[in-house]
Design a protein around this ligand. Structure first.
Ligand code: 0RQ
Length: 490
């Protein structure tokens, strides 16, 4: 057992460092700030020091900021959402590889990122037999512990006690041709064990800390988020009526994080639903409430991104939540096979969609990274129904979220079934591209942009003799160009 300052002496310039953490939960609390300080000192003394940083997804923003501020990250993978790191990426000083979260474990196993020199993993305890009790996120920790040459463990006594047993760590994944089916047929199926294994010979340092996860603040839904949520809830009712979704239980829900996702979950409170389930990658406070009310009976996730009040609730009612929440590795929480089998209702945010339903979730004006694709592609392509949500405008109305053509595509028209803005819901299922465009313009676009979109669509048809997906190639990005030149797409 050593101090964090001593533990980070095992990390060297150029190392590939894989750390725990997914959303705001489970980032090593002391070791990473100590690493940032060490990198800062070494750099100040004139020696280059940067690491390649592998994580579950975004990690605690305070932590990532410290590393980015000292230019300590040469390469980042697979997802970030921190402003300083984002700035470094967009100014070309940090490499960023943005991949589907379910693909990370396999790609690291296959050596795409070289060898993993060291893993730094937060755990909430170590059992007498040397197995590790996970903390509030699982992410890629199982993989990091398996592949890293050295391991630093950060044992955090600030994690809600009795969390032991809520995790389901599956050790059955393999590389082709040795893969077996992943036998999750219900959200609450357990197929693994509650702890991580680690080769004790690899553990070079154990750091003790008592630092609860910094809570993720939750804001009350604004009018726009509420309107989006109302359209989604109407859609559920419509699908129940059509016999495509079970009346009480729907199908397992996956929701991204943020205001809109929270508003949708909040709306389920009033829909008369009982016995819903959730198979997702992040659980926020709204989900705890639904579980408490019996509206949701089981939730599977890879991370608990709760507010301070949410963590207090979890701690106070841990016996109740224990059998109702399962934390899994992200290769399982996001696994295409399981997502398809369970038939998820996948709901994710987007930056913009084009009139044919291609979605950009990641690149501002097609060039600058916002966050990353995260799990949205895992869920959207494989879900039972894939829904993308966004306000119809951004930046005070200067940007339309519905554009002629997206300048970066994360989710193609083939993966996108329903688009929702506060203006309405475009059900794109069964529609050909030209009919999709009509639905997108009429239902989702903000009235300020409808005429311009209509004009583009009509001229594109006239110029191309209709075509399957009519475009004016010289004008496809005119909305974006106008914004860059004038500050508005109008
Ligand atoms: O900018 O923060 O500077 O004000 O983008 O926009 O409307 O607050 O939306 O917080 O729900 O994020 C797609 C980014 C939406 C998110 C995205 C600007 C806008 C604002 C945020 P400011 P909102 P949200 C589960 C699944 C990919 C990963 C994913 C995301 C900021 O949902 O990262 O789905 N998704 N993972 O002003 C330029 C546009 C814009 C725009 C919005 N068209 N052009 N800027 N903004 N639309 C989670 C995980 O994987 C962990």
């Amino acid at each position: 057992m050593v101090s964090a300052d001593d533990a980070v002496k095992f990390i060297h310039p150029g190392d590939t460092v894989a750390i725990s953490g997914f959303a705001s939960a489970g980032t090593p609390k002391d070791t990473i700030p100590a690493l940032a300080a060490r990198i800062g000192q070494v750099r100040a003394a004139g020696t280059d020091f940067a690491i390649n940083l592998l994580t579950g997804a975004s990690v605690s923003t305070d932590t990532e900021r410290l590393l980015a501020e000292v230019d300590g990250i040469a390469l980042r993978m697979p997802y970030q959402s921190e402003p300083t790191a984002r700035g470094r990426i967009n100014s070309g000083t940090m490499d960023y590889v943005d991949i589907h979260l379910s693909h990370v474990a396999q790609q690291v196993w296959l050596g795409y990122y070289g060898k993993v020199d060291i893993a730094i993993v937060e755990v909430s305890g170590i059992t007498e037999s040397g197995e590790l009790i996970p903390s509030a996120s699982v992410g890629n920790n199982k993989t990091w512990l398996d592949v890293a040459e050295k391991v630093i463990l950060e044992v955090n006594s600030g994690i809600p006690s009795h969390i032991e047993g809520m995790h389901d760590i599956y050790y059955g994944t393999a590389l082709p041709p040795n893969r077996k089916p992943i036998m999750i047929t219900k959200v609450d199926d357990r197929i693994g064990q509650p702890t991580f294994r680690v080769d004790p010979d690899k553990v070079v340092a154990v750091v003790r800390t008592h630092s609860p996860d910094a809570g993720s603040p939750v804001t009350a839904p604004d009018a726009v988020s509420q309107a989006i949520a109302d359209h989604v809830l109407d859609f559920f009712a419509h699908e129940v009526k059509a016999g495509r979704l079970p009346a009480d239980t729907l199908l397992p829900l996956q929701a991204g994080i943020g205001n809109v996702a929270n508003a949708v979950l909040g709306g389920l409170d009033h829909g008369g639903y009982r016995g819903l389930s959730c198979y997702t990658e992040v659980i926020q406070d709204g989900m705890l409430h639904l579980i408490k009310e019996g509206i949701v009976t089981h939730a599977s996730t890879t991370a608990l991104a709760l507010s301070d009040a949410g963590f207090e609730d979890l701690q106070a009612n841990i016996d109740f939540y224990h059998s109702r929440i399962i934390l899994r590795p992200q290769e399982i929480s996001n696994h295409p096979e399981v997502v398809r089998r369970l038939g998820l209702i996948a709901m994710n945010g987007m930056l913009e969609a084009d009139i044919y339903g291609n979605v950009n979730s990641t690149h501002i004006m097609g060039t600058k990274i916002m966050n990353g694709i995260g799990g949205s592609g895992d869920f959207a392509r494989n879900g039972f129904v894939s829904i993308f949500l966004s306000p119809s405008t951004a930046r005070g109305g200067a940007i339309s979220a519905i554009v002629p053509m997206v300048p970066h595509v994360d989710h193609t028209e083939h993966d996108v079934q329903v688009i929702v803005t506060e203006q309405g819901l475009a059900d794109l299922r069964s529609l050909s591209p030209r009919k999709r465009a009509r639905a997108m313009i009429d239902k989702c676009a903000h009235p300020d942009y409808r005429d311009a979109l209509d004009d583009y669509f009509l001229r594109a048809q006239a110029a191309t003799g209709a075509g399957q997906t009519p475009h004016l190639l010289g004008e496809t990005f005119a909305f974006h160009q106008r914004y860059l030149e004038t500050g508005s797409m109008k």
